[in-house]
Each structure stands twice: as structure tokens, then as C-alpha cells.
Design a protein around this ligand. Structure first.
Ligand code: ATP
Ligand code: MG
Ligand code: MG
Length: 291
């Protein structure tokens, strides 16, 4: 069962069900301070948030207020709840980049390239023509093969982003975007997200453009690979915001490696496609602005 509201938040006497569009439900808790949430600590994310708080990107990331202990004794990262000043917000999570696994994860999957029947089954359910002849004979695929293929069924591999989850103005939610792949499919989904809120489109375009300019001047961005990181879009009748979230797989680039965040990825280059995705998003939102 998909549960969208793991807990109730309180902010300035206003109570609201918190909305979670991705990730494990148990990873989040209400914050210890009003206007904050807790996310289960993961060391790369802690390091990334600490560094971003000293970088020009700071205004585009939830305010981070350090590591705290939750009621369950676990350690959490406490950060600004981006929903706290919104009532009944529309929310969308877009996962950025041309791949959503680290090169290390791919290499690890390749160490023991066991044939996986379950992954073959998942593959043919989505695209019966995807497996090779050999894979059809074995009725199985390897995990690294599956990981690379999976990025091609959504817009990740081609457009450099994919829609993860949406909560619309009418209260309906969906996480069913695994195969939303073409520009037309993405446009249709964004149109339904923006339905009834035409005035927010240009605000989103402006903020996406500021994020792009800021990224291009950011030393954090220059020195890190951003994998599986998202842009969170939040709007209601009166305002709209976009922020960068989820740095669990944001890692420093190896010594001597520089990336464009734009060039195609091949193994070893560490390219993440973040700017490619951002430019495509700006282009698509700009098209929607003109409708
Ligand atoms: P995954 O890796 O599967 O994407 P995760 O456990 O790393 O998940 P996040 O992606 O950081 O978790 O967050 C999951 C969801 O929680 C987001 O899609 C969003 O709906 C919500 N969320 C995360 N951070 C915030 C925030 N600071 N303010 C408001 N909502 C947030
Ligand atoms: Mg995420
Ligand atoms: Mg994550």
C-alpha cells in the first residue's frame, strides 16, 4: 500500500499531513523544531549538505540544521520542511541525471554477474523485445545489464531527468511514471500537474534558470557527481518553489576527474547529465509557459 502521508506536521499552529513522494516511508520523521523534517542519516548526504551550506547553492537547498537523535534513538539529518508554508500544496519530485546508480554500484553488480530470472521477467513485462536472443534462451539477464536498461524505459537516459512522483491540486497522487519516457509523455504529465495553476509556470521557469546559473558558478557542483538527486516542485494558488533535494548519492569526483554534467555518460567518465536534464526541463516548462 502506498502511504503518502507518514505523519502530521505542525507549523505556526497550522497542522497538515506531510507528503512523501519517494523513498522508504520509515526514512522520515517530523522534525524536532517547527518547520523541519528528519531524514535518516546517510553519511554522503550529511557531508554534501554541510558543504552546500557554505556554497552558493545554499538558497536552493532545504536549510540544514545538523544531525539529531530521533525518538527511536536513530540519527537523522534535520532540514527545512519545504511544505511548511503551504497549505494543500501540489508537489512533484523529478529525479535528475542520465543515470540513477553510481559507477561503483554498477561495478559491484558486475563482480558476480549471476543470471537473474526475476529481472528478465520484469524486463519482458515492460518490453518483450528488450532481451537479446541469448537472454531469451536463458530466460534471464544479469543485474548490470538490467540496471543500464532500466534507465532507458523512462526519460532518464534520453532527457536527463524523470518524474518520480506527483501530488496534484485535486489531491490525487501518482508514482506510476516508470515508463514515462518521451518529451510528449512528460509534457502531458506536467500539464496535469500545472492544471488550474497557469500563473506558476513562469515562476518555475525563473527559478529553474536561477538554479542553472548558480550551478554553473558553484564550486560544490564543479567537484561533485550528483546521482539520484531530485528537484522538488511545490506550489499552490499564491506561490511556487523549486529546491534541490536528496544528496544520498552525491559524491566528490575522484582526484583529477572533471565533468561537464552535460556530455553523454560512458563508464569511467563519471558524467551525471544533471545540466542536460535541467536544460531539457527549462525547455519543456518554457513551452508550457507559451500555451
Ligand atoms: P529515493 O532515494 O528513493 O529518492 P530518499 O529516501 O533518498 O528516496 P528523498 O528523495 O530525499 O528520500 O525524499 C523522498 C521524498 O520526501 C521526496 O520525494 C519529497 O516528497 C519528500 N521530501 C524530501 N525532502 C523534503 C523536504 N526538505 N521538504 C519537503 N519534502 C521533502
Ligand atoms: Mg529521492
Ligand atoms: Mg535518495
Amino acid at each position: 500500500i502506498v502511504q503518502w502521508t507518514p505523519f502530521i506536521q505542525t507549523y505556526k499552529k497550522h497542522k497538515y499531513p506531510w507528503v512523501q513522494l519517494a523513498g522508504h516511508q520509515g526514512n522520515f520523521r517530523a522534525g524536532l523544531k517547527q518547520g523541519t523534517i528528519l531524514k535518516k542519516l546517510c553519511p554522503p548526504e550529511e557531508k554534501a549538505l554541510e558543504a552546500i551550506m557554505k556554497d552558493v547553492l545554499r538558497p536552493y537547498v532545504p536549510r540544514y540544521s545538523g544531525v539529531v537523535e530521533g525518538a527511536d534513538g536513530e540519527k537523522y539529518l534535520q532540514m527545512e520542511d519545504l511544505l511548511s508554508s503551504y497549505s494543500l500544496p501540489c508537489v512533484m519530485d523529478i529525479k535528475m541525471g542520465v543515470r540513477t546508480y553510481l559507477e561503483d554500484e554498477l561495478a559491484k553488480a558486475r563482480e558476480k554477474p549471476k543470471l537473474r530470472k526475476d529481472m528478465y521477467e520484469k524486463m519482458i513485462q515492460i518490453d518483450p523485445k528488450a532481451p537479446t536472443e541469448a537472454e531469451n534462451r536463458a530466460k534471464a539477464v544479469t543485474k548490470p545489464r538490467y540496471m543500464v536498461w532500466r534507465e532507458t524505459i523512462s526519460s532518464t537516459a534520453t532527457l536527463g531527468f524523470r518524474i518520480e512522483g506527483v501530488r496534484r491540486g485535486d489531491g490525487t497522487s501518482s508514482k506510476d511514471f516508470k515508463t514515462t519516457r518521451t518529451r510528449e509523455q512528460v509534457l502531458a504529465c506536467l500539464t496535469s500537474f500545472l492544471q488550474g495553476y497557469p500563473h506558476v509556470v513562469s515562476r518555475y521557469v525563473q527559478q529553474l534558470k536561477s538554479i542553472k546559473v548558480t550551478l554553473e558558478g558553484s564550486s560544490f557542483f564543479k567537484t561533485h557527481e550528483l546521482i539520484g538527486s531530485s528537484l522538488l516542485f511545490v506550489h499552490n494558488d499564491s506561490s511556487a518553489l523549486v529546491r534541490m533535494i536528496d544528496f544520498a548519492k552525491t559524491v566528490p569526483l575522484p582526484q583529477g576527474v572533471a565533468i561537464t554534467h552535460r556530455s553523454p555518460w560512458s563508464e569511467g567518465t563519471h558524467e551525471d547529465g544533471y545540466l542536460l536534464g535541467l536544460e531539457n526541463l527549462i525547455d519543456i516548462f518554457t513551452a508550457l509557459e507559451k500555451v
